[in-house]
Write a protein that binds this ligand. Structure first.
Ligand code: UN1
Length: 477
């Protein structure tokens, strides 16, 4: 099965087609996907540029209807597309279907934005004048998305970009082009005019510079080094840029926590989706009094996890996404042991016909160890002991990352103290650090995030430009 790019409303082939391989069954090829050339990326930008005036001026009802239809189709096909997502990315089928449903909800929510996109009207300070503050599309936007949420991240960037009248070139991760291709297909059948949305699949190093240089705005979710390279290019051209980068997310478990709840929350945050979420829990900070009892509960739960084919209903954790990621996970497991961390469970690769790794927990770690500094992006977490709330907050905030954080406590004062003092963009109280709602702003503080939050009420900031008008109509009565 060959899947092409979408440029100017047309399926467009390429000299290069690459296989998309199931990380749970390495002999299973899901399809062959066209890798766009640099020239094709430029053509996609040109098509988006040509389509911009028409789409920017389109009736809000037209935009709303198209986005709603996209959401409807995603809902209707959630099981089928969830299975595709699972086969290309490796998260469990329940998570895959959940991600498609979430993407549908994102399109439905965003379908209201064209109608809600109001402004402000204020009296001018000179007699007989009024000022109006309105919003306009930014223009052509390049959206560059990661493999770990192959439908949800393309959905939440694309839905808002289109809602506010921008035209789009989307480049999904080369590891998971399947969901983005389906999204492109659905968008076109939902009635999107040619060129409003373009899909170029392939290698980021080749296509990235063209896509970044040719856009009016760039929204990227992915690794910190790539984010920094994009930032430098966009700053030089004064292009609007939004980056969602790494996390090293702490979960604090306090003396008064419900320890079963804490263990459930830690397990979900650290190991669901095989830990491959920028919001995943990787540093579990437990106060000394409950440390051993908490670790015992967590280890029991980890040992009970069934790792295997993510399409099987009984599976709790699938494979990691590919060989480089598996290598990185194993490298960090070795580094942690070398640095003196104690392996509480896991640590081994499983079945060689897929990239399966045991869920892995280290104890006896401190916050200076590399396992607690660098983002691993796999099913690997560690426990750091702390004296009390103040000490735990100091450890939680001592990181180069500031995306998500969590606290487990039954105390209102401790929870509110943590909420205020945590230096993260997201704070979870008695809830996992990962797993977000689609209707509220999402993102981290620098350097985990840059250029404003995504989704909910925040999306309008990035995907529009403001205009302030002064109107001298002369009417004072
Ligand atoms: C979630 O925690 O549900 O790449 C979403 C990521 C984030 C999305 C996290 N952009 O993991």
């Amino acid at each position: 099965m060959e899947k092409t790019n979408w440029i100017g409303g047309r399926p467009t082939g390429s000299p290069i087609f690459e296989p998309n391989v199931n990380p749970a069954k390495l002999d299973e090829v899901i399809g062959h996907y066209a890798w766009a050339t640099v020239e094709q990326a430029a053509e996609a930008l040109a098509a988006a540029r040509e389509a911009l005036p028409g789409w920017a001026a389109s009736n809000p009802q037209t935009r709303s209807d198209i986005l709603r239809r996209v959401g409807d189709e995603l809902h209707a096909r959630a099981e089928e597309l969830g299975a595709l997502l699972t086969r290309e990315e490796g998260k469990t089928l329940r998570e895959g279907i959940g991600e498609i449903r979430r993407s549908a909800q994102i399109f439905h929510y965003a379908s209201g934005e064209p109608l809600r996109n109001g402004g402000e009207c204020l009296p001018g300070l000179r007699d007989g004048t009024t000022t109006m503050v309105t919003r306009e599309p930014v223009g052509v936007v390049s959206l560059i998305t990661p493999w770990n949420f192959p439908m949800a991240v393309p959905a939440w960037k694309t839905a808002y970009a289109l809602a506010f009248g921008n035209t789009v070139v989307l480049k999904p991760s080369e590891a998971t082009p399947g969901c983005a291709w389906e999204l492109a297909d659905i968008l076109h059948r939902a009635g999107l005019p040619a060129g409003v949305f373009n899909l170029v699949m392939g290698d980021g190093r080749t296509l990235g510079p063209v896509l970044v240089d040719g856009a009016d705005a760039v929204s990227f979710t992915g690794s910190p080094p790539v984010g920094r390279a994009i930032l430098e290019r966009t700053v030089a051209r004064m292009t609007k840029v939004q980056l969602e980068l790494g996390g090293k997310n702490p979960l604090v478990v306090l003396d008064d926590a419900d320890l079963d709840l804490a263990a459930d929350i830690a397990l979900q945050g650290a190991f669901h989706s095989a830990g491959q979420r920028c919001t995943a829990t990787s540093r579990i900070i437990a106060t000394r009094r409950i440390h051993d009892a908490f670790v015992e509960r967590l280890v029991t739960r980890i040992r009970a996890m069934r790792v295997g084919d993510p399409l099987d209903a009984g599976t709790d954790m699938g494979p990691v996404v590919n060989q480089p990621q598996l290598d990185k996970d194993l490298r960090y497991i070795a580094i942690a042991r070398d640095d003196g961390a104690e392996l509480a469970c896991g640590g081994q690769r499983l079945d060689a016909n897929g990239y399966f790794l045991e869920p892995t927990l280290f104890i006896g770690t401190d916050n200076t160890m590399r396992i607690n500094r660098d983002e691993v992006f796999g099913p690997v977490a560690s426990v750091i002991p702390a004296d009390d709330l103040d000490h735990a907050i100091a450890i939680a905030n001592d990181s180069e990352h500031a995306l998500s954080s969590g606290v487990v406590t039954q105390g209102l004062v401790a929870a509110e103290t943590f909420r205020r003092r945590s230096r993260a963009g997201l704070v979870m109280v008695n809830a996992p650090t990962a797993g977000i709602d689609y209707h509220v702003p999402f993102g981290g503080r620098s350097p985990s995030g840059y250029g404003g939050r995504e989704q909910g009420s925040a999306a309008v900031e990035f995907f529009t430009e403001g205009k302030t008008a002064y109107i001298n109509h002369g009417v004072t009565a």
